[in-house]
Write a protein that binds this ligand. Structure first.
Ligand code: ZN
Length: 258
């Protein structure tokens, strides 16, 4: 058995900076304990502790860096554990009547025994899209990448945004691209998805083709955007993100097979 221990939203690590604990903190009672997966043939149990300080002698590490460093099959388990930890911490009271909820570990719901309301883990669908266009005058094909205001380095990435109530994923693609960089797109094609536990998104990855307009960054979320070809790629996002997979797919010609 391995344990993944969260104290508040902080993920505990052992002396080797591994989140897979062989022993949970002694004399600490978890608020929630449930299985979140299997790793190397062992059950992985999530432990959620309700405390402000870490137990004496323990350290924590950031989820994003741990997922980047983790073995490929462990990263989704870490993401699932983080989302469920966040879910139970933030839904301890019924949103309808205010009564304390009871965690139903069978379907991950937070149940209210007073009014019967069941709340389920929040998952927020989000589109992420790589827009492409043929090169002019025999030049190579290009893709549109953008530099967001919150990026801490000079990197560029794909465009993304949350799906709004009543909207299809394809409508969200067209709206987000128009809002963020002012261009029209066509031939919107779904490719693949990724759970993104920061804090609870489901990223739906698309390719789309340029249909018209000039690039005009909105100046709020996006401060710079430009067309790049395979020979002129800027600094790109870390490997973990689906944006990287979309860009690598473009370089490999995946979007022509969809
Ligand atoms: Zn209630």
């Amino acid at each position: 058995m391995y344990w993944l221990g969260f104290v508040g939203d902080r993920l505990l690590v052992d002396g080797q900076r591994s989140p897979l604990l062989r022993q949970p903190p002694e004399q600490w009672e978890p608020m929630i304990e449930l299985q979140v997966g299997e790793h190397r043939g062992r059950s992985v149990q999530l432990l959620c502790f309700d405390a402000k300080e870490l137990p004496t002698g323990w350290d924590d590490a950031g989820l994003r860096s741990l997922m980047l460093e983790a073995e490929p099959e462990l990263a989704p388990i870490l993401g699932r554990a983080a989302q469920l930890n966040s879910w139970y911490r933030n839904h301890r009271f019924c949103s309808r009547c205010g009564e304390p909820t009871r965690a139903d570990l069978g379907d991950f719901s937070a149940c209210c025994d007073r009014c019967g309301y069941h709340q389920y883990p929040r998952i927020s669908p989000c589109i992420i899209v790589l827009v492409t266009r043929p090169g002019e005058h025999g030049e190579p094909e290009q893709c549109l990448l953008a530099h967001a205001a919150h990026f801490q380095t000079e990197r560029y990435s794909t465009l993304a945004g949350f799906i709004e109530a009543g909207e299809t994923a394809e409508q969200a693609v067209a709206r987000e691209v128009m809002e963020e960089v002012g261009i029209e797109v066509k031939n919107i094609r779904y490719w693949q998805s990724q759970s993104w536990p920061f804090p609870h998104s489901l990223m739906l990855g698309f390719y789309a083709e340029y249909a018209g307009g000039e690039i005009q960054p909105d100046g709020v979320e996006i401060v710079k955007a430009a067309w790049f070809d395979a020979q002129s790629m800027p600094e790109l996002p870390p490997k973990l993100a689906i944006s990287t997979t979309l860009i690598e797919g473009f370089l490999a010609g995946v979007h022509h097979q969809l």
